[in-house]
Design a protein around this ligand. Sequence first.
Ligand code: PLP
Length: 437
Amino acid sequence: MRSLTKSNAQFKKALKKLPLGVASNFRYWGDDKTIYVKQGKGARFSDLDDNQYIDYRMGYGPGILGYADDRVDAAAIEGMKVGGVFALATELEYTVANRISQMVPAAELVRFSNSGTEAVMAALRIARGYTGKDSYIIIEGGYHGLFDAALWYTPMEDWVEGQGDPELVPYSDGVPQMLKKLIHTVPLNDANKLEDVLKKHGSDIGALLIEPIMGNCCSIAANAEYIHQVRELCDHYGVVMIIDEVKTGFRVAKGGVQELYGVKADLCTFAKAVANGYPISIVAGREEIMRKVGNGIAHGGTYTAHSVSLAAANKTLEILDETSALEDIANFGLDMQKGISEILDSRNIAHSFSGHPSMGGLFFNEHPPVNYRSWKKSDYSFYDTMAQHLHELGILCEPDSREPWFISAAHDKSCLVETLNKFEKAVDQTCEQLKVA
Ligand SMILES: Cc1ncc(COP(=O)(O)O)c(C=O)c1O
């Protein structure tokens, strides 16, 4: 058994000053399971007890090149010398904006923020300001950040098929119930349902928020036909299509999920991979819409376009654009999935993968779900048990099956071999524990 003695002691100490002993609720894994990191490099990190891990969370995606990438850190140090934030603009803002426009054709104009949440908040405001319509559509299972308008979800565990649509509930106390009136939810990959909602409420709906690969819902992916139908329906009903690329952006392709599907958003948001973990995010989109910013629509902030983050973004995007990093990441993901399949097939364990290999979801069912409703049909208890064994063995995947496995350019052959060896062990331990034949 791995010892978490020092992490547990740190937890007790931290609890005195931090709710749940951590800085973000998602980092609390239980009183005796919460991990405190000592140091990370590449695709690996160690905890306070010197347990070594290969990481498949990578901070939920930001570590696209790996932790403490020397090239990005050197650029960040140069950025530090610029001086931080001035309540004035700096030269690099244009350079980075231009680079983004070249990589993502839909990003005709660009504004920066600090977190994914902030970028999506801005996108929603811009969409409403542009259309003059307050209601919006979100997709069941989608996640768009920690702000009141987005903190709503459909608890699928409680939903029973054939008994109507799942209920929409706030994700947190403190989210005003009155906001619910503005939200419509639809399942992914069901254009008819979307059309029904738009027929009924289209005159009030200003925006549709979608992650075509649901990075917070096991990478359940839209099919291409559906995405193009969504595009057409948004055009027809005057709804701003916001593609939230906070997880997929600069990861699944140089031009993000929009390149993969051959679709252009009206507005799109980016964050995680932009600067290899330095805090910066982006709201970008069609010029006609984005020109409203500063012309009726508010946007800005004290820490926007910090010189360190901008310099890190410039270097990270340069590497992603000009090297084979994203191809290498995808190939690692495919090799890992092939190895995982061999292990599971040899034990007759039905499984499938979803999304993109750089952030793939693993399901214990023959076919991947087409939306969050069908996720219910996969055996997530097998995943949940296996994840605990993987952690003990030093493979850090998300404990919840709804989070995909994030690959970075620092995941190399040695990571692959070690991961597959340990995966095989964890599968056998899980079978034994769950008495799977
Ligand atoms: C698709 C999506 N949008 C928005 C967010 C919010 O980003 P942040 O955590 O940086 O505020 C996330 C975070 O996981 C995300 O995955």
